[in-house]
Design a protein around this ligand. Structure first.
Ligand code: SF4
Length: 379
C-alpha cells in the first residue's frame, strides 16, 4: 500500500463534510440492512459500515447489539480491561475551542515533577491498576522525551502497560519512548473534516492536521503496539466521522499488522471557558449504533469507554462490545494526591470507585482485568 491515509481520505472525499456519503446512507433501505446483518463475521468494507450506521439501521439496534456481543465474547472472552489516566500537565500552547486546557484559559496551571507524578501513580497502582495512560497538554518544554523516559522507567516497576495521550511526536521521539517502555499511543484526530479541524484548532502546533493524522504511522513505525483512534463526538456528523475513522483504522491494520488498533468514543463534555452550542451532539442510541457497527466490521479491535460517560450507559455497554474502561479517573494533574483542585480537562460523569466498577463488571459475569499481559512476554 503506497498511499498515505491523507491521500486515501482525500480520494474518497472523507476529509470534508462527506455530503455524498450522507446522501448514500439516507438511501439505504431496511432490506439492505437485513442483508448486511445476515453476513455474520463479514470483513470490513466501506459499504458494509455505511449500511450498518445508516438511518435505516437504527431499527435494528437490538440485533446489532446481539451480534456485537457474540463477536466480542468470541474474540475477547468475558473480560473487561481496566486502565487509569495519569494527567501530568495542564499547560498547553494550543487553542482547541472545546478544551478547558486551551492557552487562552486563564485558570491556574499545574505540571507535575517526576516525584509528584509518581505519587499519583502510586495511588493508581494501589487501586490495583497495571495499565496506565500518561496524559498531558502540549507542554513540550516540560513533558519532553527526557521527562517521559524518566517517568516510564519508574512506572515500569509497577505497571504492565504504559501508554501516552500527549502531543504528536517525531518518529525518533516515539522510538525513544518505546525503548523506555511506553508501548501504546492514543491520538484522537478529533475530526477528520479538514475544514472543521481548522476551525476548532485555530492556532498552535495542533492546527497541523497532516502532522497529527500521521502520528499513528510514526508511532507504529517506531514500535508502538497499541494505537488508539477516536473522534471528538459533537464536532461534525458522526456517521461521516465513523467512515473516516474506519478507513484510517483499516489502513493502519494493513500496514502495521503488529500493532492493535483500538477505538474510543469521547463525547464532548462541558469544560471551563468553552462554548456549549455544538450542532452535532451524539445521543446514546447513535453512539451504540456507531460502536456496534464498528465491532461488526472490526472484530479484533479494542473498544474503550471512559468515565466521560454516565454510569448506567457504561454498565449497559459492558454487556455489548466494550473491552476496556477507565475507572476512578481524575482529569487534573495531581488530582489523586497533591493538587486535588487543579484545572480539569473535562468533567467526568461516572465517579464510582474502581472497586465499585469492578464489582459491577463481575456482577455481569465478566472478569475485571487490571493487567492483561506482561511486557516480558513480548521481548
Ligand atoms: S485538547 Fe489537548 S491540545 Fe487541545 S487545548 Fe486541550 S490539552 Fe491542549
Amino acid at each position: 500500500m503506497n498511499n498515505s491515509i491523507i491521500e486515501i481520505l482525500k480520494q474518497k472525499q472523507l476529509d470534508g463534510n462527506g455530503e455524498k456519503y450522507i446522501e448514500r446512507m439516507n438511501s439505504i433501505s431496511q432490506a439492505d440492512v437485513e442483508l448486511e446483518l445476515s453476513k455474520v463475521n463479514a470483513a470490513y468494507s466501506l459499504e458494509r459500515l455505511m449500511t450498518l450506521i445508516s438511518p435505516a439501521a437504527t431499527n435494528y439496534l437490538e440485533e446489532m447489539a446481539r451480534q456485537a456481543r457474540q463477536l466480542t465474547i468470541q474474540r475477547f472472552g468475558k473480560t473487561i480491561q481496566f486502565f487509569e489516566p495519569l494527567y501530568v500537565s495542564n499547560f498547553c500552547i494550543n487553542s482547541c475551542r472545546y478544551c478547558g486546557f486551551n492557552r487562552k484559559s486563564d485558570a491556574p496551571r499545574t505540571r507535575l515533577t517526576i516525584d509528584e507524578a509518581i505519587a499519583d501513580a502510586d495511588i493508581i497502582a494501589s487501586e490495583g491498576f497495571r495499565n496506565i495512560l500518561i496524559v498531558s497538554g502540549e507542554d513540550k518544554e516540560h513533558i519532553g522525551t527526557e521527562y517521559l523516559t524518566k517517568l516510564a522507567e519508574k512506572l515500569r516497576q509497577k505497571f504492565a502497560t504504559i501508554s501516552i495521550e500527549i502531543y504528536p511526536m517525531s518518529q525518533e521521539d516515539y522510538h525513544t519512548c518505546t525503548v523506555a517502555g511506553i508501548d501504546g499511543l492514543t491520538m484522537f484526530q478529533e475530526t477528520y473534516n479538514s475544514i472543521a479541524y481548522k476551525y476548532y484548532h485555530p492556532a498552535g502546533p495542533k492546527s497541523e492536521y497532516n502532522f497529527r493524522i500521521l502520528s499513528p504511522d510514526r508511532a507504529a513505525s517506531a514500535g508502538m503496539r497499541r494505537l488508539g483512534l477516536g473522534v471528538l463526538l459533537g464536532l461534525c456528523d458522526w456517521r461521516v466521522e465513523t467512515l473516516a475513522m474506519a478507513e484510517h483504522s483499516h489502513y493502519l491494520m494493513k500496514k502495521y499488522w503488529r500493532s492493535q488498533v483500538n477505538f474510543s468514543f469521547p463525547r464532548i463534555r462541558p469544560a471551563l471557558n468553552t462554548p456549549h452550542d455544538y450542532k452535532h451532539l451524539v445521543n446514546d442510541a447513535d453512539m451504540v449504533q456507531m460502536m456496534c457497527a464498528l465491532r461488526l466490521c472490526f472484530a479484533d479491535s479494542g473498544i474503550t469507554l471512559s468515565t466521560r460517560e454516565p454510569a448506567k450507559f457504561r454498565d449497559n455497554l459492558i454487556n455489548i462490545c466494550v473491552t476496556q474502561i477507565s475507572a476512578g479517573s481524575k482529569t487534573n494533574p495531581g488530582g489523586y494526591t497533591t493538587e486535588k483542585d487543579s484545572l480539569e480537562q473535562f468533567q467526568i460523569s461516572d465517579d464510582r470507585t474502581p472497586e465499585q466498577i469492578a464489582q459491577l463488571v463481575k456482577s455481569h459475569g465478566y472478569e475485571a482485568v487490571f493487567k492483561d499481559w506482561d511486557r516480558a512476554f513480548t521481548k
